[in-house]
Ligand binder design. Sequence first.
Ligand code: FNR
Length: 379
Amino acid sequence: MTAVYASVDDLRRAARGYLPRMVFDFVDGGAEREITLRANLADFEPLRFSPRVLTDVSAVELGTTLLGEPIALPLAIAPMGLCGLVRPEGELALARAAKAAGIPMVLSTAASHALESVMDAAPGNLSFQLYIFRDREFAKSLVQRARAAGYRALVVTVDLTRGGKREKDIHNGFTVPPRFTRRTAMDLLRHPAWLARMAPHRKQTLGNLVDWGGRDKSVVALSTFMNTQIDPGISWADLEWLRGEWDLPLVVKGILHPDDARQALALGADAIIVSNHGGRQLDGAPSSISALPRIADAVGNATEIILDSGVRRGADMLKALALGARACMIGKAALYGLGADGEAGVARVLTILRQEFDVAMALSGNQRAAAVRPDTLLP
Ligand code: FNR
C-alpha cells in the first residue's frame, strides 16, 4: 500500500519511522530545551488572516523573482549538512527536486556531496552556503569553486560561532567523534531498510572538504577538523572581505536584529535571511516569524528578505510574505521528504507546499505572490 501524504507532518511521521533515531533526532532536534525550536512553529499560529472576497482569484500567480531570477514559488531549500545520512543521494536528490519544482536551493559547506557533483546533477538555480573558516585561504577556495561551477549567489552563515548544544545528539552519541554504544547499535538494527540502503555507502564524507585537512576523508575526520575551523572571531570586516571576493549576489544568513540587517546592507549584502538556524543554535533566540516585522520595517524597502525556521505550511509562507519576506526557505521539511521517500518525497513536500500556498493565496483574496496585500493579516 502506498502511503498517503496530505501534509508535511505526514512525511515527518514517515521519516521518523524510516530513520534510526540518531539520524531523525539530528534532523528534527534543536538546541538545549528546544524553546526556540518550538517557538518557530508556535509563533505562526496566533497570526490570523484578514481574508478579502470577490477578488477574482481564478489565476493566482505563485511565481515571483528572487535576486533577479524568476522562481516558480516563493520558496527555496535551505542549506543543510550531512544529508547523505538521511538517504545516500542526499543533496543530489534535494537539488533535483528543487529544480523540477522551479525553485532554488542553497548547498551547504558541510554537504555530503561536492558542490560540483550537485551542480552536475541538477544544473540550475543553486547557491552556495559558506562558513568562514579560520583558514581563510580554504574559505576563499570554496568561493572560487562555487563561482567556477556556476553557483548564482553566495550565502554566508553568521550564526555559528559555536556549535549549538543539541542534547538529543549527545544522548544518541551523535557527536564528533561519535559514541557507539549497545543502544546505538540496537537503534540501527531496528531500522533495517535504512541500514540496507546505507550499506553500500558506508564511506560517507563531506564532499566539499575532501581536499582539506589530513589524509583521512571520512565524515568523522572531516567533521572533527571542520569543528576546529569554526571561527568565533568572524566580524563585519569578514563580510567586507567576502564582498571583495564575490561579484555575484551575496546573502547573509542568520540575522535576527534590525541593526544587523542594516549593517549587512551597508557593507554590500544583496539580501538577508532572517533565521535562527531552525532552533539549532541559540536556545531562547526569537522565532524567525516574530523577528521579521521589525527587520522588515528597518530594511524591507531596501532589500529582499528571506525567512526560514519553522515553515511547514503554505499558510506559513503567506504569513511570512505578508510580514515583509520576499520568499521562505525550508530545512527540516525537505529532509522529512527525503527520509520518507527519497527524491519523490522531497517532490511531494514541494507539491504540498505549493498547493497549500495556492489555497491560502486564493482564500485570502491575493492574486500575486510578488505583491501580497500588506493587510493580509489582522493587525
Ligand atoms: C541545518 N542548517 C544549516 N544551516 C547552514 O547555514 N549550514 C548548514 O550546514 C546547516 N546544516 C543543517 C543541517 C540540518 C540537518 C538542519 C535541519 C538544518 C539550518 C538550515 O539552513 C535552516 O536555517 C533551518 O533548517 C530552517 O529551519 P527549519 O525549516 O528546519 O525549521
